[in-house]
Write a protein that binds this ligand. Sequence first.
Ligand SMILES: [Fe+2]
Length: 340
Amino acid sequence: MFIDKIAGVAFAVCALTAFSVQAQEVNIYNSRHYNTDRVIYETFTKSTGIKVNIIEGNHDELIQRMKSEGASSPADLFITVDAGRLAAAAKEGLLAPVSSPQLDSVKVPANLRDPNGAWWGLSSRARVVVYARDRVKPEQIKDYEDLAKPDWKHRVLTRSGTHPYSLALTASMIEALGEEKAEEWVKGLVANLARPPQGGDTDQIKAVAVGEGDVAIANTYYVGKMITSTKQEDREVASKVGVIFPNQGNRGTHVNLSGAGVVKTSKNQENARKLLEYLLSPEAQRQFADGNMEYPVNPAVQPHPELVKLGSFKAAEVNAASFAAHTPQALRIMDRAGWK
Ligand SMILES: [Fe+2]
């Protein structure tokens, strides 16, 4: 009995020590790689005392890692920049539904979060058409569909088809048009490419500016970052291009999001929820808006003025998880069409 008691006390002390160490930290499995985010985490640590540990990786690696680590995974919060990957993590059962009065009070639009709270959007970005001001009139392109028309032969620039941004766009086309028409669109787009896909979105914008192509597909924040860049050459590139928000006369422009979900096996669920709440707070949302030129998901926070200048637009209202469900078909049809 006495020994039992000692053992019990010893166990309690151990458990308490372990708890108090863990209670002061939160581990992020992060595939959102923007230096400006560091400021957000540092501010969170300063105000809460909770240390933020960041484990970097790409989306799929991190999902794979959580799956193989199982219950022993140190992951507390999964952060990524593609709705498809958030939906995939939720589908794998890796994320825990989370809600709180504070999260609810933010009023994140329904299409930018999981209906059950398994993931929450942090910021959104529109996938737009960037055009050469001196060679293209903005009214020449109204919809994504137009990019596949023969008038744009050898004039279209895009990054790789295997990149999540391209996959999500094609998945959204499948959602809107059905698989058959979406495949025709992909084929037409590939036939119109000015060069084989290479580089990131910034490279496509630069290629428009130097005349390698006339229109490019890119996320809004890349344009915003060039407009506000400290480098003169970036600002010059930005001055040569304009932005078209496609599909304004119908379903709206495709938006993707960066978002976060609390990991089901997290040992620091409360800290993870607190961090999530902080990421949706006006203060952190201001950082997403100004640091990386994204659209805040918190409706109380305005985008950066330079982004506002690009114009207001109607975003497609479809829930990210619903177009993300078409990702496997998107990959198949893009592969068949040769969007490498
Ligand atoms: Fe990006």
